[in-house]
Design a binder for this molecule. Structure first.
Ligand SMILES: Cc1cc2nc3c(=O)[nH]c(=O)nc-3n(C[C@H](O)[C@H](O)[C@H](O)COP(=O)(O)OP(=O)(O)OC[C@H]3O[C@@H](n4cnc5c(N)ncnc54)[C@H](O)[C@@H]3O)c2cc1C
Length: 238
């Protein structure tokens, strides 16, 4: 299970495989096959290249994902073809965990919504401010609970950097669209790490289809899940 930015992406289950796509397409001719042939691989590529997406709706994957809320807000914008259930802070009042970037990326004056791949000159200071704010917020949350404030009210002070956890089921087509958009260099670095992890797991589960779908718009091969060393070095952000 790849560990990502203090969270994780765990593949819980899959439904179907590359043959599911093939047989969904071949039913048009009332045909069914039991093993993948080179012709079937060509068929899958043809379907993907010509945007015949419905056969890719049938295979499904289910993940358990832990990510910061600001990443989840972006992730949840992908709605069609997904079902999600999430930990509720109305019921759960355990100590919140917060994302703490060690490398705090600087603003890119040329890109309205982006950041540079480099850290701010006063990185230690920026890191300390985030850490201190996280700790203060955690303490304040605990104090509210001690005052018998309901968790659903106490949670209002928790930040966007807090981790959340959810179970998500989606179709092969839906994950292809999500990864296509969120692996793009214009997407935020943090969400790209999660998209890369999902992409790698989908590639293992549905190798022919995932290769054929090579999510648009980027044409280059999909990045692999970073190694543990790379994650350690990259955590979190530059
Ligand atoms: C780099 C980047 C930056 C972004 N910046 C912002 C931002 O600043 N602000 C912001 O609000 N969002 C932003 N988004 C989110 C973006 O607008 C989409 O909501 C998100 O990418 C999900 O797209 P989706 O096509 O997977 O959506 P889904 O809702 O999952 O829809 C999937 C597909 O179904 C079809 N569909 C869905 N709903 C309809 C409909 N009502 N009518 C017709 N067809 C429909 C479309 O073909 C759509 O592509 C950004 C996304 C990215 C990748």
């Amino acid at each position: 299970m790849p560990a990502i930015l203090g969270g994780f992406v765990e593949l819980l289950d899959t439904f179907g495989n590359d043959l599911t796509v093939v047989n969904a397409a071949r039913v048009s001719f009332n045909k069914e096959v039991n093993t993948m042939s080179p012709g079937d691989e060509k068929l899958v590529k043809y379907l993907a290249d010509h945007n015949h997406v419905t056969p890719f709706f049938h295979p499904q994957a289910r993940f358990r994902i832990k990510m910061p809320i600001f990443v989840a807000r972006e992730w949840y914008r992908h709605q069609i073809g997904f079902a999600r259930n999430e930990v509720s802070r109305r019921y759960v009042d355990t100590e919140p965990e917060m994302y703490l970037p060690t490398c705090v990326r600087e603003r890119d004056a040329k890109v309205k919504q982006g950041s540079k791949a480099t850290e701010v000159p006063l990185n230690d200071q920026a890191h300390a401010i985030i850490k201190e704010t996280n700790e203060l917020t955690s303490q304040a949350y605990k104090r509210l609970l001690l005052l018998n404030v309901a968790p659903e009210v106490a949670r209002t002070i928790l930040p966007q950097g807090m981790y959340t956890e959810f179970i998500e089921t989606g179709s092969l087509a839906a994950y292809s669209r999500l990864c296509g958009l969120r692996l793009d260099p214009s997407a935020q670095w943090e969400i790209r790490q999660y998209a890369a992890a999902v992409s790698s797991l989908m590639e293992e589960a549905f190798p022919t289809s995932w290769k054929a779908l090579q999510p648009q718009p980027q044409q280059e091969p999909l990045p692999r899940v970073p190694s543990a060393e790379a994650v350690h070095a990259a955590v979190n952000g530059c």
